[in-house]
Ligand binder design. Structure first.
Ligand code: NAD
Length: 279
């Protein structure tokens, strides 16, 4: 199947994890992909993997927290491939200093707030700012923003991440409104816990912790990058031509449960104490 034959896709954070799988998925269906990432070695390895499988890919060193890098990313992709159809805004992750932005309104330092919002939210306005003129020239395009279940559900000590990811959902709907008339669809994906290369290493050292995590999910497993890449490919494709402004939750059912993990813990409590009377 070649749903993206003749199309060009830029993927931020396309070296590893969700972005890495997305680059491979879109390339496997005909897209020429441009990987924009700070990890040059991992980006080069993914380019090689795509080319080895018969796809077309290139990479560039891009830090999405730097405005000039985002502008250069779009220019380089268009110079190389002649057009731009798809922009997947995904960069950030376990290896990008997530711990720097943990904390509450009382403990987060202003520079951590600025860093988190720059990379998780501002970058997702700068990407379209640079990409949309090229998409307009083609008569349309597709933008995918990585949100999270943390856009929808709260956890203690996640102020910056959750503020930014909730903003991603609003920004997605807003840009869909502005650029729908240009044939540009803007959608988001809200993943649950997705185990890419970085998290796999962490869980290898703590299999019982991983099992506990997986057991919070109705499907009793955590996700894989391909689970998200498949959703991104669907939303970018003509199969989704009437879908815009939507946030697609791909989380193995995590967020459908009553108050997420609390609901699961409550269910466990009730199983252990069958005579209990809880509301
Ligand atoms: P990951 O750490 O596996 O991969 C992230 C990629 O982004 C890496 O290739 C990394 O080098 C690159 N990157 C990091 N900082 C960058 C920067 N400043 N500029 C350019 N590239 C940069 O991450 P992941 O788990 O695949 O997450 C990808 C996206 O999905 C993120 O937006 C994350 O918030 C979101 N998400 C992930 C999960 C999850 O459980 N993995 C859940 C919900 C949402």
């Amino acid at each position: 199947m070649s749903r993206f034959e003749g199309q060009v896709a830029v993927i931020t954070g396309g070296a590893l994890g969700i972005g890495g799988a997305t680059a491979r998925k879109l390339a496997s269906e005909g897209a020429k992909v441009f990987i924009a990432d700070i990890d040059d070695a991992a980006a080069a390895a993914n380019v090689e993997r795509i080319q080895h499988a018969g796809g077309t890919a290139a990479a560039s060193h891009v830090d999405v927290s730097i405005s000039e890098d985002i502008a250069r990313m779009v220019n380089e992709a268009v110079d190389l491939y002649g057009r731009l159809d798809i922009l997947v805004q995904n960069a950030f992750g376990v290896m990008a200093g997530e711990s720097q932005i943990h904390g509450t309104a009382l403990t987060v330092e202003e520079d951590s707030w600025d860093y988190g919002i720059d990379i998780l939210l501002k970058a997702l306005y700068l990407g379209p700012k640079n990409a949309i003129p090229h998409m307009r020239a083609n008569g349309g395009g597709s933008i995918i923003n990585l949100a999270s279940v943390h856009s929808l559900l709260q956890e203690p000590g996640m102020l910056v991440y959750e503020a930014a990811k909730a903003g991603v959902v609003g920004m997605t709907r807003q840009m869909a409104t502005d650029f729908g008339p240009d044939g540009i669809r803007v959608n988001a994906i809200a993943p649950g816990h997705i185990v890419g290369e970085g998290l796999a290493k962490m869980w290898e050292e703590n299999p019982s912790g991983h099992k506990f995590f997986a057991d919070q999910y109705p499907l009793r497993r955590t996700g894989l990058p391909d689970d998200i890449a498949n959703g991104i490919a669907f939303l970018c494709s003509q199969d989704a031509s009437f879908i815009t402004g939507h946030t697609l939750t791909i989380d193995g059912g995590l967020s459908i449960q009553l108050q997420e993990r609390f609901g699961t813990r409550q269910a466990e409590y009730i199983r252990a104490n069958p005579d209990t009377k809880l509301p």
